[in-house]
Every structure is written in C-alpha cells, then in structure tokens.
Design a protein. Sequence first.
Length: 233
Amino acid sequence: MKFTTLTFLTTVILFGVLVVPAHLAAQNASAEIVVFDAPGADTTAGSGNGTFPDSVNDAGAVTGHYTDANNVNHGFLRSPEGEFTAFDAPGAGTTAGSGSGTFPDSINAAGAVTGHYTDGHNVNHGFLRSPGGKFTAFDAPGAGTNAGSGSGTFPNSINDAGAIAGHYTDGHNVNHGFLRSPGGRFTTFEAPGASTTAGSGNGTFPKSIKNGGKITGNFANANNANHGFLWIP
C-alpha cells in the first residue's frame, strides 16, 4: 500500500473577495433546494431530533437516518422521486431513550447502502443493505464487542463495486482503518503516524472510497493532531 501527499488548489481569493468561476455562478443561480422529513421523524421544537441524510448517489437516491420521538434511530432511503423506505438493521437496538438504532452512511450507484447499527448493548456493527433490501451484518476483525463500550465497526463509504471502507474501534479504544472487499474479505491498516496508544481514542479513520479503490480519510497522532491521508492501492 502507498500513501501520497497531494496539494490542491481549491479557492481563489482576491483582495478579500471570493472569486467564483462564471460557469459555477450560473449553475448556482438555477439550483433547487428540496426540503424533506422522513416519515416518523420527530420535529418537536428543542428536541434536536429529526432527519439526517448522509449520502446521495448519481441517480438522486438519498440515504441517512432519522430520530423518532423515543430517541431511537432508523435508516431511510429516499428515491429520486421522493418516496421513502424506512428500515432497521436486524439486531439494532430499539429501546426508547437509548439513542441506539440504524445509521446508514453511504449509497452507491446500484442503491446498495452501508453503515452501522448500535445494538441493545451499545456495541456497533457494520451492515450492508442490498438494493433489494437484504441485510448482511459484519464486524471487522479486532473490533471491540464489550457491552456498554461503544466500540465496534463503523463503515463510512461504499463504491460502485461494493467495496466498503471505514474504521473499527478495538477493545482498547484505538481506531483502525479497514477495507471490506465485495466478497467480504477484510484488509486492516494504519496510516503512518497514527497513534495506537491504548485509551487515546486516536487512530485511523477512512472516510471515502472511490471506484478505483483509492481511500481517503484522517488520522490522529500521539499529539492528538489530525492529518489527512490518501491510500492508493
């Protein structure tokens, strides 16, 4: 595996004024914002609950979670036409007031969804929901499974081939990166410089995987400073 440092030109600022290219300004002028609430989402003032989309694919299908009036979280899929499908990963905690539940994080072009669910013992597990609604639960090797720990497996991104990247928290509260192949094989990794000190909560946190297998994310070092990484397979 190789790690590469890249420098990107992202924004041009002249004399304190943000310069936006003309073609982008024209696109923004015609942009549309659609506001929505997942059915069952709690919208009580002051609750902090509601609807939390996390990912959209090129077709316009959206996935995320919503928090209901009992402080339980549920996954949802919103079709490009605006139709909602709510779902709970098998094994997800649904005890009122627990804050447990299902947390989708990414959807690919085919409509496969990945994310994590928190069970009734406050342990987190990864899941893959197929476009047809079939669930596959998984735990990264080495993920903590102690009740009440909040440890476990946290998928963050799925590419169009079905490869999944994310992190897992072990029994010592250290985080490690993982790649799950479409066939279910795991590769675990650490970004160079990532802290692995027990109890620190530091480590490696992959956030996104592209179709070619490139993975990006951040890592926290021993000084609790965060740095980006790019993994090129």
